[in-house]
Design a protein around this ligand. Structure first.
Ligand code: ADP
Ligand code: ZN
Length: 645
């Protein structure tokens, strides 16, 4: 008699065994209708085995016809995911395949003729390509190449070699915003064998794209982190471009790290995994230095173009002379650049107009009632909480003392935009942030407009990543101190990365680029090393800080977050968990209120566990036995968190 292991579409922690009646034929990956408890539900057949017919199992009802079968490759990803991140099998299923419907076989896409013309690779590019393709088994590489050193060309040449071996390629990007640019370059070189996949596409397009991937009509899939689950077969290569970006970590359950999933898939398929970055994460560079992964370097810009010249503007002096958010040197540089007909990027990593609303009479902050963070004034006449995503009408009346003395302080991106419009009324100025680019369509349009006839583009970190616009010769950075002062051990690293990346947008064409960084901490090592484009010195100076406080790469972190609408419940459970952790000999910092103490009315407490890398598995196994929380308290375990707020 046949039995099958079924992943049940319910929040249960394990698979269930069912018997298969002789009248039904099922294979691995089929969906089935099953009895579950006293009800019915759908399940996915993860495995099939033969056994004695007297096993006490319920029989499956029938095949479930409305969903297409899941490929064996993805079945193993699902199994790995729920075990690794300790989520339910059904959550893993939803993460990997989403809402799977029956797909019609899509029409063949019309062939796009590629105008493939390979440039002559530089020596370093060629060496990188050769190293990667000479390894036919599972291999892992860090491609550390400065901005505009031609990393994309390396990806293209390796992908070509893989296609020649009849293998498939997943090209991962940190943001949907970068997909059009990459898709354009890749279609030029590979024609219609590439497809984009991301959540911003229409459901119909997505269905078609999935169908084309599943049926083997395309060999290259391009898109953000979820592309790591694309149903390709014969995987040969996964590229994670801008590997240091925190968007590769999913921030809701299961909180997977794309690199971990990619490593699993590449190991299974004996494929190559390439991490690319001009500013690798400290952990990744460390593992390359330790020889755990291969290190490939591109140390010059293409055509030996010089890196832009970076100037640090000390805002303490500027503010003493003339309090203004745009320093006079930056102002003058903008005028000069405009006069030359060249383009300008201004980074302001803070949304809205004014981030502090406080009363001039009683001194109280006007804070979001659900989390206590100050509201931010937005120019559409609203106060918004960036944490809870709530919006209230603007007012001048202080909610505490009822006097009309609320003042709007601090500098957000909209204020800088207004200021630039005032100072340069003739210039064509656009703004790119989450408020102007709500969909991937509007985002694409803003970038396209800037590339054609725009002159100044003001943006949040969205503008820093990967964009290749040759006529940008000036980059200004305003308010970087907000990033540097975040209470997180990775703040210097993030600051260095952001500055280096945004500076890398300047001077990618024939003309030399210039960069002005305004800051109140001109001597900070993250800023000083960014000024000299010196990743290695930054790394060397940062590493001892990590060692001193046992942070990654010297440890693996596990973050346990408890939240509840009732403060008392959260505290009681946190105290209880503290005792439990002690009883199983897990050393944890905490419990303490989390740096973000309240979000959307939920009180938050947390624990941080720093374990030596060799003990991490053991900690995970212990945490698998974590006692259940009462209904009113939610407990989240985040393995290898990218932020510990
Ligand atoms: P990165 O990703 O390292 O920032 P890109 O891949 O965007 O850099 O390359 C920068 C520019 O150099 C692109 O316009 C690209 O087409 C061009 N390029 C890359 N490799 C070569 C090469 N070997 N010869 C000529 N141009 C190249
Ligand atoms: Zn709030």
């Amino acid at each position: 008699m046949q039995f099958c292991e079924v992943l049940v579409f319910r929040g249960v922690p394990t698979l269930y065994t069912y018997s298969v009646p002789d009248t039904i034929s099922v294979v691995q990956g089929d969906h089935v209708d099953i009895p579950f408890g006293r009800s019915h539900c759908v399940g996915l057949v993860m495995g099939i085995s033969d056994g004695e017919s007297d096993r006490p199992c319920k029989p499956i009802f029938s095949l479930h016809e409305k969903k297409t079968a899941v490929h064996p490759e993805l079945l193993s990803v699902i199994s790995w995911l729920y075990k690794f991140y300790r989520c339910t099998p059904h959550q893993a299923y939803q993460t990997v395949v989403g809402n799977k419907k029956k797909r019609l076989l899509p029409p063949e896409a019309p062939p796009v003729v590629s105008t493939d013309s390979d440039p002559l690779l530089t020596e370093e590019q060629q060496a990188a390509v050769d190293a990667i393709i000479s390894d036919h088994g599972f291999s892992e590489w860090l491609l550390y190449g400065i901005t505009s050193s031609g990393k994309t060309e390396v990806y293209i040449q390796v992908a070509k070699a893989m296609l020649a071996r009849k293998k498939t390629v997943l090209m991962l990007l940190p943001e949907i915003a970068l997909t059009p640019q990459f898709m354009h370059v890749f279609t030029e070189r590979f024609g219609s064998t590439c497809v984009i996949l991301h959540s911003g596409l229409t459901p119909k397009y997505r269905e078609i794209a999935w169908g084309r991937i599943e049926s083997g009509q395309v060999q290259i899939v391009i898109g953000p982190r979820s592309v790591v689950f694309a149903p390709v077969q014969n995987l040969g290569l996964i590229v994670i471009d801008e590997e240091h970006e925190s968007t590769y970590k999913q921030e809701n359950h299961p909180r997977y790290d794309t690199a971990e999933v990619a490593r699993f898939r590449c190991e299974e398929s004996r494929a190559s995994l390439v991490y690319g970055s001009a500013t690798p994460s400290i952990e990744r560079y460390y593992s390359a230095i330790q020889n755990r992964i291969g290190l490939l370097c591109l140390s010059d810009r293409i055509f030996n173009r010089p890196l832009p010249k970076i100037e640090i503007v000390d805002m303490t002096t500027q503010m003493a002379q003339n309090p203004t958010p745009i320093s006079s040197v930056l102002h003058d540089a903008i005028s000069e650049t405009l006069a030359l007909g060249e383009k300008i990027l201004i980074l302001v990593n803070r949304r809205g107009y004014a981030p502090y609303i406080s009363c001039q009479k009683c001194g109280k902050l006007y804070a979001c009632p659900q989390c206590q963070l100050s509201f931010t004034y937005h120019h559409d006449m609203s106060f918004r909480c960036h944490r809870c995503d709530i919006k209230v009408p603007v007012t001048h009346t202080c909610p505490s003392c009822q006097k009309p003395h609320l003042s709007f302080g601090g500098t957000g991106i909209q204020k800088i935009e207004m200021e630039l419009v005032k100072r340069f009324p003739e210039a064509k100025i656009d703004r790119l942030d989450r408020d102007t680019a709500k969909t991937s369509k509007t985002l694409e349009k803003i970038l396209k407009d800037f590339k054609s006839d725009g002159q100044i583009l003001i943006g949040t970190q969205m503008i820093a990543k990967g964009h290749h616009i040759e006529s940008v010769t000036l980059v200004g950075v305003i308010g970087i101190d907000t990033t540097l002062n975040m209470p997180d051990f990775r703040s210097p690293e993030r600051t260095f990365q952001l500055l280096t990346q945004v500076a890398g947008r300047a001077g990618r064409g024939d003309k030399l680029g210039r960069v002005f960084i305004q800051t109140f901490q001109p001597d900070h090592y993250a800023i000083q090393h960014a000024k000299t484009h010196d990743y290695k010195s930054f790394y060397t100076e940062e590493l001892p800080n990590r060692d001193a406080f046992l942070y990654p790469p010297y440890s693996r972190l596990t973050h346990i977050i408890l939240s509840s609408l009732t403060e008392k419940d959260v505290k009681i459970h946190a105290t209880y968990l503290a005792k439990w952790l002690k009883s199983v000999a897990v050393v944890a910092l905490g419990p303490t209120p989390a740096p973000i103490e309240k979000i959307k009315n939920h009180y938050r407490w947390h624990f941080l566990i720093k374990s030596l890398p060799e003990h991490h598995e053991e900690v995970k196994e212990k945490l698998a036995q974590l006692p259940l929380a009462p209904k009113s308290v939610r407990v989240i375990i985040d393995y290898d968190p990218k932020s510990i707020f």
